[in-house]
Design a protein around this ligand. Structure first.
Ligand code: ATP
Ligand code: MG
Length: 332
């Protein structure tokens, strides 16, 4: 079985619709075909200032949401990144083969540091992509299910894997991104030219899966739509409507063509009202399942402990080989 690896940050409490459609949904599907490793990336979460108690709670909350979305600990390995110390250890080695200029070209760093003010951005935020490289290479992953915004980081991973393999001998599998084109980028409801994001979206632009369904329905009904009144999928001329059609189509299984036909001659209002119902039907059971996992923290923690143990077996082997390749004296 090919390997899959991905991670999601516990920065904000709730996953948003972009996380789910762009990434988590693919995690669930890949359990069937891949030896899949999924983690809550708490090491990544501290690249921006965090409240310790909130981080701890959000880490459990992220794991509960992954399970609620359909991850099955019998069929995949689910763990918390900081429980596997090999991530930080391999990241150091990877930092030492990454060019400063190369890291400087990462657009996520440019965006996030510009937002915080360059003086306040940390070195951790700067090397975030390199930690992500280590995350992926530790598991010899073939496939990395992510949204479009992560493509550049997977490219960096491929470059560094090849560089290391060339310099020190074959060590790492060179991974490929698994990006589902239709949902690779879900857009902000108020500004359909930017991606929906935990850190960059305004509350009105962001559909959090755990929000009160009534509030969610209202946000969808007040989503920004485009000039004109026709409901057609056209990302250039009608980014707002197209985004809504994408969400509608993915959550219901109806094709875009079927939806265009269904709403022919109807206005944006009808589309938004119906989509609000569709989203509410999805989030309502999702919230309930998440709550069930949260109500039983012992079970949750034992799932995560089991996952970390499995992850460490694989990660430990890769790290040992890497340390040997770079010339570290084995500890006896
Ligand atoms: P932040 O703004 O703090 O980076 P985020 O909203 O990007 O948060 P992450 O935890 O960084 O969320 O991303 C988890 C996964 O969700 C990644 O694979 C990412 O590519 C995917 N993702 C995030 N936003 C979207 C989106 N709007 N559309 C599709 N996929 C997305
Ligand atoms: Mg992100």
């Amino acid at each position: 079985r090919p390997r899959a690896l991905s991670g999601i940050q516990p920065t904000a409490g709730s996953f948003h619709l972009g996380n789910y459609l762009g990434a988590v949904r693919q995690y669930v599907a890949l359990q069937e075909t891949h030896d899949a490793f999924y983690m809550v990336v708490d090491l990544h979460a501290i690249t921006v200032p965090q409240d310790p108690a909130e981080l701890r709670a959000n880490t459990r909350l992220a794991a509960a949401q992954l399970l609620a979305a359909g991850l099955d600990p019998q069929r995949c390995t689910l763990f918390v990144q900081s429980h596997v110390p090999e991530h930080a250890q391999l990241a150091w080695v990877m930092n030492c083969i990454t060019g400063f200029g190369e890291a400087s070209r990462m657009t996520q760093f440019k965006d996030k540091s510009a937002k915080q003010g360059t003086d306040r951005a940390t070195v951790g935020l700067f090397t975030y992509p390199v930690l992500q490289v280590a995350d992926i290479l530790l598991y010899q992953a073939d496939s990395v299910p992510v949204g479009e915004d992560q493509r550049q980081h997977v490219e960096l991973t491929r470059d560094l894997a090849e560089r290391f393999n060339t310099r020190f001998g074959p060590t790492f599998t060179v991974p490929a991104p698994h990006i589902v084109k239709e949902v690779a980028k879900i857009y902000d409801l108020q500004d359909p030219t930017i991606k929906m994001s935990k850190s960059a979206s305004t509350p009105k632009g962001l559909i959090n899966l755990l929000d009160e369904p009534k509030a969610t329905a209202k946000k969808i009904r007040s989503a920004v739509t485009d000039t004109g009144s026709e409901i057609v999928f056209d990302t250039a001329a009608k980014p707002g409507v197209s985004n809504l059609l994408t969400v509608y189509s993915t959550l219901t299984g109806a094709t875009i063509a079927e939806l265009e036909q269904k709403y022919e001659g109807k206005g944006y209002g009808a589309l938004k009202t119906d989509l609000a119902d569709v989203v509410v039907d999805f989030v309502t059971p999702f919230r309930a399942r998440t709550q069930e996992y949260l109500d039983d923290p012992e079970t949750l923690d034992s799932i995560l402990a089991g996952g970390a143990e499995k992850a460490r077996t694989v990660a430990g082997e890769t790290l040992a080989q890497t340390y040997d390749r770079v010339g570290f004296l084995p500890a006896k």
